[in-house]
Design a binder for this molecule. Structure first.
Ligand code: FAD
Ligand code: NAD
Length: 502
């Protein structure tokens, strides 16, 4: 592929120059940097945002270097996030099914056991295989991989403390910050990763806790809570807000909570943790109503802190080059992912927007396309979200509450899984599909699915939103029978007309 000409890149640079400070850095230091061996693109961080950006840049013919301090590629997602959590969610689901559902299907056995070390080993094997795979992709695409911690010394130079000792300086015409996020700590609560753990500790417990208290009913709390609940822990989730997953469609959220309660998870909503005592053999948590009131003490073997994540930029030297952040520490970027400093870009969890791996990947590709002088594009209105419980809960677009608040007249279609033949056949019929479309045009505005494999089914809805489809467009599309996807077709029928099977 043809390399982007320097003249074109300079023209692009000139276009994005927004501050005198940026201009000063650009002329003096870029001239200096040009005297050494420099990459076209340097990426700091090898997570889904960073490694995808690096591969894309190399594929576009740009000389590319990626700096990663973890020792393995794949970032939070592959090492301590999406992948290990989904491995444990699957293993624990199999155990839970064997314990609770197999007999209904006429499959009987004795001596069902959990081998926790084997479960963890399968998770670790999946992680190791995938992270090594990214290293292979770097080699294949000729991305230079520097193992160490990067720090800006100028907008075009990053000094790296190498994992194996010593240091080096990496120079780049364009530098992308893809350093991701870290767990948000709560005042007065110290995460020791033994008794008070973050998601990282919760993914590597060596014993099944008898009692687990989860702080925060968001993605991590409900997924990791589900894992340990299925394996036998008594799980209590303490949530500050009045609802679990506050960003979810209200109707779906209510059914989701009922479903989790049926699975024996307990919820204390509108509740805050005011103290944690780890001095004894377990943990004692003092909680009180969010609005204030009588305090209660909860006892736990393990406490999981999952009250959100915060951008990770510590030690990166943002102050040295003057990169602007918002109050929450997220790096501010323009439409082309460039910060206020010319030639310095940021993507993924480190910038505003949903903290999701697929969003970080989209950012990475678009950012590199802009750097290469082309047009990049990320449609943040069609980024799907999936909670990988069982059943899964997936959504794209606007909730009914958001559409109502926007004042746009709308219509809603719903279809329960109880009326879906595949869900009934496999005895997994808890859930529903809900579609919200604009009344005047029937254009789909949001789709919300609680169903087995909702995280796969949702992509039909993502595509529909992306192409501006109406609910009738989806309803008139032939769907294979018997599939759970037919519930989406029927919900769409119900949106503009009437479903057949209810
Ligand atoms: C338990 C858990 C489960 C999750 N599950 C999902 C899921 O199922 N689906 C989903 O979409 N998202 C999930 N996420 C969120 C997802 O992991 C993140 O959105 C995603 O990893 C963000 O990608 P990123 O590239 O921006 O940052 P990260 O993946 O955080 O990668 C940043 C990398 O930069 C490195 N780094 C930081 N500073 C420096 C430095 N100075 N020098 C060199 N390297 C540096 C870090 O070591 C890290 O490897 C989950 C997160 C957690 C914690
Ligand atoms: N399946 C997935 O895609 C997936 C899985 C795991 C994590 N993630 C990503 O990781 C990020 C972090 O996950 P998370 O679950 O930690 O955050 P989250 O933002 O999803 O949920 C945090 C929850 O904690 C609550 N909370 C905040 N402060 C609290 C307090 N003091 N006491 C009690 N509750 C409190 C919030 O109201 C919220 O419900 C999310 O943004 C998510 O995008 C995604």
């Amino acid at each position: 592929m043809a390399m982007v000409s320097l003249a074109r890149r300079r023209a692009a640079d000139a276009l994005f120059l927004r501050r005198p400070q940026a201009a000063a850095w650009s002329s003096a230091l870029r001239a200096y940097a040009a005297s050494g061996e420099e990459s076209d693109v340097v990426v700091i961080g090898g997570g889904p945002g960073g490694y995808v950006a690096a591969i894309k840049a190399a594929q576009m013919g740009l000389k590319t270097t990626c700096i990663e301090k973890r020792g393995t590629l794949g970032g939070t997602c592959l090492n301590v996030g999406c992948i290990p959590s989904k491995a444990l969610l699957h293993s624990s689901h199999m155990y839970h099914e064997a314990e609770n559902s197999f007999a209904h299907h006429g499959v009987k056995f004795s001596n069902l056991e959990i081998d926790l070390p084997a479960m963890m080993a399968q998770k670790d094997k999946a992680v190791a295989g995938l992270t090594k795979g990214i290293e292979g992709l770097f080699k294949k695409n000729k991305v230079d991989y520097v193992k160490g911690s990067g720090k800006f010394v100028s907008p075009s130079e990053v000094s790296v403390d190498l994992i194996d000792g010593g240091s080096t300086t990496v120079k780049g015409k364009n530098i992308i910050i893809a350093t991701g996020s870290d767990v948000k700590s709560l005042p007065g609560i110290t995460i020791d990763e033994k008794k008070v753990v973050s998601s990282t500790g919760a993914l590597a417990l060596t014993e099944i806790p008898k009692k687990l208290v989860v702080i925060g009913a968001g993605y991590i709390g409900l997924e990791m809570g589900s894992v340990w609940n299925r394996l036998g822990s008594e799980v209590t989730v303490v949530e500050f807000a009045p609802d679990i997953v506050p960003s979810m469609d209200g109707e779906i959220r209510k059914q989701f909570q009922r479903m989790l309660e049926k699975q024996q998870m307990k919820f204390m909503l509108k509740t805050k943790v005011v103290g944690v005592d780890t001095s004894g053999s377990g943990v004692k948590l003092t909680v009180e109503p969010a609005a204030g009131g009588e305090q209660t003490v909860l006892e736990a073997d393990i406490v999981l802190v999952s009250a959100g994540r915060t951008p990770y930029t510590a030690g990166l030297g943002l102050d040295t080059i003057g990169v602007e952040t918002d109050k929450g520490g997220r790096i501010l970027v323009d439409k082309r992912f460039m910060t206020n400093v010319n030639g310095v870009y940021a993507i993924g969890d480190a910038i505003p927007g949903p903290m999701l791996a697929h969003k970080a990947e989209e950012d990475g590709v678009a950012c590199v396309e802009f750097i290469a002088g082309k047009e990049g594009h990320v449609d943040y209105d069609t980024v799907p979200g999936v909670v990988y419980t069982h059943p899964e809960v997936a959504s794209v677009g606007k909730t009914e509450e958001q559409v109502k608040a926007s004042g746009v007249p709308y219509q809603v279609g719903k279809f329960p899984l109880l009326a879906n033949s595949r869900a009934k056949a496999i005895d997994d019929a808890e859930g529903l599909v809900k579609v919200v479309s604009e009344k005047e045009t029937d254009r789909i505005l949001g789709v919300h699915i609680m169903a087995p494999n909702a995280g796969e089914i949702i992509h039909e809805a993502v595509l529909a939103l992306q192409y501006g489809a109406s609910s009738e467009d989806v309803a008139r599309t032939c769907h294979a029978h018997p599939t759970v996807s037919e519930a989406l077709k029927e919900a769409c029928m119900q949106t503009y007309s009437k479903a057949i099977h209810i």
